[in-house]
Design a protein around this ligand. Structure first.
Ligand code: SF4
Ligand code: SF4
Ligand code: FES
Length: 247
């Protein structure tokens, strides 16, 4: 049995939810009971369980680990399982939409393929420098490169930063904050042998030099990461690489 209780005064809120079969769409309104410690994901689940079982949305862990529950809430990208209603409710109203800057599959479910395709384009994949026959390399947690990688490593792939980024909106080729942040962690992985190929990938059309450094990604990242700083690191390394290769 749920331990979430309705508010004693039976108060409800007005929730507008985006409904779409992938082409076009419209808002639909629901009256949802307000509850103690209620998250946006609780609200969406209440609608699906009590008002319209055809409502589609995505979640898995409910505890801020998997990154699958991100949506636009009152126009801003949020991880909905960790966003409390009382923090974002305005005039007793909520608007919930699928993540911006991605195609919609249905209702609140964004198609994540373009987001992850860009991780591949940014060479956000590990290039091993050793084989399984080699001894396992010990990397000190205090090594400066490891420290730099650690600052950016806790990404949960939620695409909140991608939805917050105006450059992604204006330029669909832009690789975006999360893919570039991932590329930066690998640039700081001593075991990785793909640094040159990665610098080529992130300096092409749509690469790190498109970032205007205004930090919307930083403002909204639920894990308090700083993709702008990672992208600045890539800009520095691509410039160094240009001069190194010219000499
Ligand atoms: S700082 Fe760069 S990556 Fe971050 S939101 Fe702005 S343009 Fe996008
Ligand atoms: S950088 Fe932050 S906002 Fe962007 S995908 Fe990773 S965890 Fe989400
Ligand atoms: S459901 Fe996993 S992060 Fe929200």
């Amino acid at each position: 049995m749920s331990n979430i209780r309705d508010m004693p005064n039976g108060q409800t809120m007005e929730v507008r939810v985006w409904r779409s079969d992938g082409e076009g769409g419209r808002f639909e309104g629901f009256d949802v009971p307000q509850r103690e410690s209620q998250t946006i994901l609780d609200v969406v689940s209440w609608i699906q369980q009590n008002a319209d079982s055809t409502l589609s949305y995505r979640f898995a862990c409910r505890v801020g680990m998997c990154g699958s529950c991100a949506m636009m809430v009152n126009g801003q990208p949020r991880w909905t399982c960790r966003t409390h209603v009382k923090k974002v409710l305005k005039n007793n109203r909520l608007t919930v939409e699928p993540l911006r800057n991605l195609p919609v599959i249905k209702d609140l479910v964004a198609d994540m393929d373009p987001f992850f395709d860009k991780w591949v384009k940014a060479e956000g994949v590990f290039h091993p420098s050793k084989t399984r026959a080699d001894a396992i390399e010990a990397i000190s947690s205090e090594h400066p490169m490891r420290v730099e990688a650690d600052r950016a490593i806790e990404c949960i792939n939620c695409a909140v930063c991608y939805a917050a980024c105006d450059v992604v909106e204006a330029n669909p080729d832009y690789l975006g904050p999360a893919a570039l942040n991932r590329a930066w962690t690998l640039m700081n992985d001593e075991r990785d042998a793909g640094h040159d190929v990665r610098l080529d990938a992130v300096s092409q059309k749509g690469g790190c030099h498109n970032c205007h450094s205004q930090q919307s990604c930083v403002r909204f990242c639920p894990n308090e990461l700083n993709p702008t700083a990672s992208i600045a690191g890539l800009k520095r390394e691509t410039a160094k690489s240009f001069f190194r290769r010219r000499d």
